[in-house]
Design a protein around this ligand. Structure first.
Ligand code: UT7
Length: 307
């Protein structure tokens, strides 16, 4: 058995739909205001896919961009993972559809861990590469949350956006790549963020449609409390496991669920605020399409990369 080898991100790509939905547009759809949305979440606008665009379309465009960034062809890949809570359909998995579209004859599977899916997928990819099982893995986080959003529910419809991000994970020089990670889940709070119907627990029926149970439902304040704690604890654990100090971190890429959560973490970590990526104002919460640290499960995850 050869020694474990370091693995990291070799290249990235992303794609967002061109259609912009502003807070002012939302004012015309539900009883809300630009002021409420900006002060409570930091979001100003988000991208929304066309009716005919599906998650695998966004995933494909982000994957193509990542392959171009790596100077690689799809035939150079050994596996594909897609993290999503908005698959094109229940099954086959979105990774199968992406695999076919890219023309890569490789292992392909989805990871469904809410907004934390991309971090989970990167951690799995790292282990598959570290163990020499595979050389190059495409990891995609892709969401069309607009398709599972209840556009009559002001407490959720102002929060989400559509996007995809892709990374090629492969071997890297010693001392680089994914140095450590923290993953977790607490199913006791599963009801706080879910799509109530459509699964084996509550199969689709006229009643479930009439009661709007096929849309994302969230207990916002409950998830907020959890998210602040999870983001702080998980990041601190990942930093500890990576064998570095929080003050060594040059850039934090937090999940953009709510910029107030990012502010709380920035305060706790005693890091200058310009070390925190903040783009939620333009994209909203894009779930698994972001680097993330908390989400449905309720789950959490963070990882430390040396680039
Ligand atoms: O990505 C997965 C993880 N998700 C998250 O991390 C989301 C975490 N939660 C949050 O970010 C926040 O809880 C929200 C942004 C969702 C909500 O903010 P909040 O400060 O927790 O507000 P709230 O739910 O406690 O609602 C406060 C008030 C309520 O009115 P009353 O009962 O005080 O009269 C709501 O009905 O704001 C009302 N409200 C709205 N008003 C205008 C709720 N949504 C809206 C809205 N526009 N869109």
């Amino acid at each position: 058995m050869p020694d474990l080898r370091p693995a990291g991100i070799l290249a990235t790509g992303s794609y967002t739909p061109t259609r912009v939905l502003t807070n002012f547009d939302l004012e015309k759809m539900v009883d809300t205001s630009d002021e409420w949305i900006r002060t409570r979440t930091g979001i100003v606008e988000r991208r929304i896919a066309d009716e005919e665009t599906v998650t695998s379309d966004l995933a494909f465009l982000a994957a193509e961009a990542a392959l171009a960034d790596a100077g690689m062809a799809a035939s150079d890949l050994d596996a594909i993972m897609v993290a999503t809570v908005t698959p094109d359909m229940f099954f086959p998995c979105t990774a199968s559809l992406l695999q076919h579209r890219l023309g890569a004859s490789v292992a392909a599977f989805d990871i469904l861990v809410g907004c934390t899916g991309f971090v989970y997928a990167l951690a799995v990819a790292r282990e598959m590469i570290s163990s020499h099982a595979y050389n190059h893995i495409l990891v995609v986080g892709a969401e069309t949350l607009s398709k599972i959003t209840d556009w009559e529910d002001r407490s959720t419809c102002v929060l989400f956006g559509d996007a995809a991000g892709a990374a090629i994970v492969g071997p890297v020089p010693e001392g680089r790549g994914i140095l450590g990670y923290s993953l977790g889940n607490d199913g006791s709070n599963a009801d706080a963020l879910k799509i109530p119907a459509g699964g084996s627990g509550l199969p689709a029926s006229h009643e479930t449609v009439d009661q709007r149970l096929h849309y994302l439902a969230m207990n916002g304040p409950e998830v907020f409390k959890f998210a602040v704690r999870a983001m702080i604890d998980s990041s601190e654990e990942a930093v500890r496991k990576a064998g570095v100090q929080m003050t060594d971190i040059s850039l934090v890429i937090p999940h953009q669920a709510n910029l107030r959560i990012v502010d709380a973490a920035a305060k706790r970590f005693h890091l200058p605020s310009d070390r925190f990526v903040r783009n939620g104002d333009r994209y909203g919460n894009t779930s698994a399409a972001t680097i993330s640290s908390f989400g449905a499960g309720l789950s959490w995850g963070s990882l430390v990369l040396r680039w």
